[in-house]
Write a protein that binds this ligand. Structure first.
Ligand code: UDP
Length: 238
């Protein structure tokens, strides 16, 4: 490990929209920019696991209206696997060893999720990208982030946001008076309905006392700063 390090193993949650540059699908330029940020964290010697979303392609609850919800959600899970492969490509392009593990098995393109094997990859310095969410419908990749974070025994779940630098008491893009929290308790976030992660996921973090950091992924170096222990974004804890 290089320099002062606050978190030795982290779970980074990336939304699907980060891969699309806010449009649809995958933009190689956007995935490259993401990979550069992950690389800065990886170079510190920190173990990085990633859960990637699928919203740039499909969100079951939103796009699947009129469909059987479970079917719509399985489509979403498959979308996250496409993103996992794109992210893997971008990371390996800049020389970072990775493994993709999926909760729905597609052995031709990725390893199946095997907890102990994923931990071994992390210990060997490979970035592990989890695709397919939890493998179950009715939840989102936020729940996958909490679950895999716990299973990997990470020190924190890092919730990457786009152009929002933490948790506010109102939407800062609409209300200029909105106030940012430097830190928060799980209870406060749940009671006040604050935008940290979805409620199922947060309940899991609360129960297991897993710290969450909400931060702006698109301020260069932010991920590295958090790992070094700088106060960036909002810390959610007990
Ligand atoms: N999904 C699911 N189970 C999971 C993870 C994801 O059913 O464990 C489906 C769900 O339909 C979700 C979609 O996959 O809307 C894409 O994931 P998510 O919305 O979390 O992506 P993000 O918003 O992070 O890009």
């Amino acid at each position: 490990l290089k320099g002062p390090i606050r978190y030795k193993r982290v779970l980074l949650k990336l939304s699907g929209e980060f891969l699309s540059g806010n449009g649809f699908g995958i933009q190689p330029e956007a995935t490259k920019a993401l990979a550069q940020e992950v690389a800065k964290a990886h170079q510190l010697g920190v173990q990085v696991a990633i859960v990637v979303g699928g919203g740039n392609f499909w969100r079951g609850a939103r796009q699947g209206v009129g469909m059987d919800r479970a079917s719509a959600d399985y489509i979403g899970m498959l979308a996250t696997i496409m993103n996992a492969l794109a992210l893997q490509d971008a990371l390996e392009f800049i020389g970072i060893p990775t493994r993709v593990q999926t909760a729905l098995t597609i052995p031709q393109v990725a390893e199946p999720y095997i907890r102990r094997r994923a931990i071994r990859h992390l210990e060997k310095g490979r970035v592990v990208i989890f695709g397919g969410g939890t493998g179950n419908p009715y939840v989102t990749t936020d729940t996958a982030a909490a679950l895999r974070g716990l299973e990997m025994n990470v020190d924190a779940v890092l919730m990457a946001k786009n152009k929002v630098d933490g948790v506010y008491n109102d939407d800062p893009r609409k209300n200029p008076q909105a106030r940012k929290y430097d830190d928060l308790t799980y209870h406060q976030a749940l009671v006040e309905g604050l935008q940290v992660m979805d409620a199922t996921a947060m309940a899991l973090c609360q129960e297991q006392n897993l710290p969450i950091v909400v931060f702006d992924m698109f301020t260069e170096g932010n991920l590295e700063r958090i790992i070094r222990g700088e106060r960036v974004g909002t810390l959610v804890h007990s």
